[in-house]
Design a protein around this ligand. Structure first.
Ligand SMILES: C[S@@+](CC[C@H](N)C(=O)[O-])C[C@H]1O[C@@H](n2cnc3c(N)ncnc32)[C@H](O)[C@@H]1O
Length: 195
């Protein structure tokens, strides 16, 4: 990583951990849409899943890459902001778009087959209450559906959130062609990680 991008990552990490960002940024969690490279890498990790559940679909950059995957039996996308959710419905008529919070969508999702949960949620900057609620829902989801995986990117060096020993994070790769550079992580139930 070049010196400038390295510094950018540390700076972002500090701001996010100190909560020194405007509330709108803390929910949005990004200064630019996800890059093409990042979206393609996220979609690759969702290959072979029976179903896709995208969390924090935003303007649809990741949605577009995911919608190109073949053999997916269902694709649900979740976005909290009403206007963005409305636009996603128009842009992606084949995707079931839900205008609700990610924890609500996860709790409602019936466990069936393998699900790739692809998240752009800004865990490091989300307000504590909602963050904890989403983390609990993600872990409950993986316990109920152990063949599923949770795919997340962050702008920091640490895993997106702490988990107990029944779950395992795997750091997949850094994507430098993104502003700021992003690191992709995959969370699974531990048994699967050892197979
Ligand atoms: C990093 S941005 C979206 C990135 C998206 N991949 C893109 O490039 O446009 C994160 C998104 O998560 C949404 N979000 C934040 N909190 C959420 C929640 N609790 N449930 C669902 N979506 C949420 C925000 O509204 C925002 O659109």
């Amino acid at each position: 990583m070049g010196r400038l991008t390295f510094k950018t990552v540390i700076f972002m990490e500090k701001l996010l951990s100190l909560g020194r960002l405007p509330k709108s940024f803390r929910t949005r969690g990004a200064i630019a849409p996800s890059s093409y490279r990042l979206c393609v890498e996220l979609a690759c990790l969702a290959t072979n899943a029976d179903h896709i559940l995208e969390l924090g679909a935003g303007t649809g950059a990741v949605t577009r890459a995911l919608s190109r995957l073949v053999g997916v039996r269902s694709f649900h996308a979740v976005e909290l902001q009403e206007k963005l959710a409305h636009d996603l419905k128009l842009k992606f008529p084949g995707v079931h778009v839900h205008n609700c919070s990610a924890d609500v969508a996860l709790d409602r999702y019936p466990p069936h087959g393998s699900v790739a949960v692809v998240s752009s949620l800004p865990f490091r900057s989300l307000p504590g209450g909602i963050r904890n609620s989403i983390v609990k829902s993600v872990l409950r989801f993986l316990l109920a559906s152990p063949q599923s995986r949770f795919i997340q990117f962050t702008y920091g060096f640490r895993e997106p959130f702490a988990v107990g020993s029944e779950f395992q994070w795997k750091r997949v790769k850094w994507i430098f062609a993104n502003l700021p550079p992003a690191c992709i992580w995959v969370l699974t139930k531990t048994e699967l990680a050892h197979e």
